[in-house]
Design a protein. Structure first.
Length: 590
């Protein structure tokens, strides 16, 4: 349980849910325990037995086969018959031969007139007694999501740079071929003109500048309208339907902010915070300033209608086939709002997935995940050294976080161009791609990554020069890195070990620039080695521990180029040279 049952744990459809509990009573009576569980909407409780595993710790499990919020509880009781039998066995072991009093007691317990010792010792004759004084814990909740909430490859693109909805629809077969599960698009709504930003975030827009998609709202409508330059709502529906045919989901951005031209400013001025002089304060995230955006006021006296309107925005797009939402800056909105909205939406549509874009304090990031967000952005982009990566992944996997927090390791975003990519060239992009795709079951890239776009707006900035947030780029899926993307996505789908988060074991390399780790699921084992130095060749040894359960000598196949090697438990020499080979992704051959 999380926080004494305050929040539900998370699992995916088809998972086996394991439950542990300390079960004991005063005295020496024998106990029994069971896990009681019921799917969403069910009235009848199901039950799975728990077994003792030592030191009063008991274990049980049940599988989940329906989406939504399950309930589960633990029941424990004294087994009167087994306790009576245990006393008889102890006395027999001690040499006692006369049991008349004990048999009278046993007959009364079993509800029979007489009882012989022979019958008492026969397991088939054990009576089924009612559970007296059964103790149960209050029911706990469990959220069961579909697999995409746990495992999936994301590709982020601006539809206006691909020719609108029709252009993106034409690219979907290629994106499916590359192995992407989700195509995420920044806001697709009309863009305001008041204070519209120009190229490179300039305060004055030219007549042809399209503005930032996050400045939502114009004369054409607000959060439930589409920008006419992208196409019509019918065009969007065709895009979603084509994606569904190909197994690719269309994810939308849910950004709770408005341009000065959004209809809500006229229809619901009470939803916005005004200064004492009556002016509205635009959004800021110092040193960034967003003069083209106003935030809504969650402290508005009319907050209830505001909440419902925002919920209805999500419902509108769910009605148009969208089941994945990337939520912009959720940590700047009340957590109670998110808990209410996510529960309300998922009660009707348990297949909806919410990704939290929350680069903030760990306590807030974990709380957002606990109260319902299906996935979360992380600080992976800023973790580039071996020590940083090991510490980062250890904090995510060797704690209670895997019970509720699913990290999505985006290698880059329209807002984040890390210095490592700016200075490392293609080898840096290769290293970060392999790390993102193999460390976490969920990862993503923003278009331009495959073309090694790495020029900042100025030295020391993480903003792109000629950022796509403020201008239209002519995009095509022709980047040199896409062949590696396809290889990695195929490896992820073919290897269950790469579809789980907390099955990672870091392996010693005796070189601070080489990071190595193993992931295993059942008989499937994958060993990854990455050169973190994008400039110089690095060599070392990968020391495979015996604890991985591998034979003394075994064969591995590199899933990036199909090369086969012979490896050993113990020391294995590795050399990785930028421009030639930046990483190994080695599957242990059975």
């Amino acid at each position: 349980m999380l926080d004494c049952g305050r929040y539900p744990v998370k699992r995916s459809l088809g998972d086996e849910v394991e439950v542990w509990a300390d079960v004991f009573c005063d005295g020496h009576d024998l106990m029994r325990a069971a896990v009681r569980y019921r799917p969403p909407g069910a009235r009848r409780w199901l039950e799975a037995p728990m077994e003792p595993i030592g030191s009063d710790r008991w274990h049980g499990s049940f599988s989940v086969d329906a989406l939504g919020r399950w309930q589960y509880a633990i029941g424990a009781w004294v087994d009167r018959w087994a306790s009576w039998r245990w006393e008889i066995d102890r006395k027999l072991e001690g040499g006692q031969t006369e049991f008349s009093s004990e048999l009278i007691e046993g007959a009364a317990l079993a509800g029979v007139e007489t009882l012989t010792l022979e019958r008492a010792l026969d397991p088939a004759s054990a009576p089924k007694l009612p559970r007296e004084s059964e103790t149960t814990v209050p029911p706990l909740e469990l959220i069961v999501d579909r697999e995409l909430a746990r495992f999936g490859s994301w590709y982020e693109l601006f539809p206006r740079s691909f020719g609108g909805f029709a252009g993106v629809r034409a690219q979907l077969p290629r994106l499916a071929e590359l192995g992407f599960d989700v195509v995420y698009m920044p806001p697709i709504h009309p863009i305001g003109r008041t204070h519209r930003k120009g190229r490179n975030n300039s305060l004055v827009a030219g007549p042809d500048d399209p503005g930032s998609p996050w400045a939502i709202g114009g004369p054409e409508g607000g959060h439930t309208a589409v920008d006419p330059s992208l196409g019509t709502l019918a065009d969007f529906d065709r895009l979603v339907a084509r994606g569904r045919e190909l197994g690719v989901e269309i994810a939308l951005d849910f950004a709770i902010q408005c341009s000065p031209d959004h209809p809500w400013l006229v229809e619901h001025p009470e939803w916005f915070h005004r200064r004492p002089d009556g002016t509205l304060k635009y959004a800021e995230n110092p040193p960034k300033r967003y003069q083209d955006i106003y935030n809504v006021n969650f402290d508005s006296p009319d907050w209830e209608s505001l909440w419902r309107a925002l919920r209805d925005v999500v419902g509108f797009w769910v009605g148009h086939g969208v089941r994945v939402f990337r939520v912009d800056n959720p940590h700047t909105k009340p957590v109670a709002f998110w808990e209410w909205l996510i529960r309300d939406v998922q009660t009707a549509h348990p297949d909806v997935i919410f990704l939290a874009e929350a680069f903030t304090r760990p306590a807030m990031m974990s709380t957002l995940a606990k109260l319902g967000f299906s996935q979360s952005y992380t600080y992976f982009t800023w973790r580039n050294t071996k020590a940083e990566l090991v510490d980062f992944m250890t904090s995510l996997t060797r704690s209670e976080w895997p019970q509720f927090y699913r990290p999505n390791l985006f290698a880059n975003t329209p807002d984040i161009l890390h210095a490592y990519l700016q200075r490392g060239g293609r080898p840096a992009f290769e290293a970060r791609l392999v790390l993102a795709a193999t460390l976490s079951p969920a990862y993503g890239i923003y278009s331009g990554f495959e073309n090694f776009e790495n020029v900042p707006v100025h030295e020391g900035s993480e903003e792109y020069l000629n950022s796509e947030k403020y201008e239209i780029r002519e995009r095509a899926l022709d980047g040199q890195l896409l062949s590696l993307v396809a290889r990695l996505n195929a490896a992820r789908r073919d290897n269950p070990a790469l579809q789980r988060l907390d099955n990672i074991t870091f392996v010693e390399t005796e070189n601070a620039e080489l990071i190595a780790y193993a992931k295993r699921e059942g008989r499937n084992r994958v060993l990854c080695v990455v050169n973190l130095d994008p400039i110089e060749p690095r060599e070392g040894v990968v020391i495979v521990p015996a604890a991985l359960g591998l034979p003394p000598t075994f064969r591995v196949r590199d899933l990036l180029d199909d090369t086969v090697y012979t490896w050993h438990v113990g020391r294995n020499y590795v050399r990785l040279e930028p421009g030639t080979r930046q990483a190994h992704v080695l599957r242990v051959e059975q």
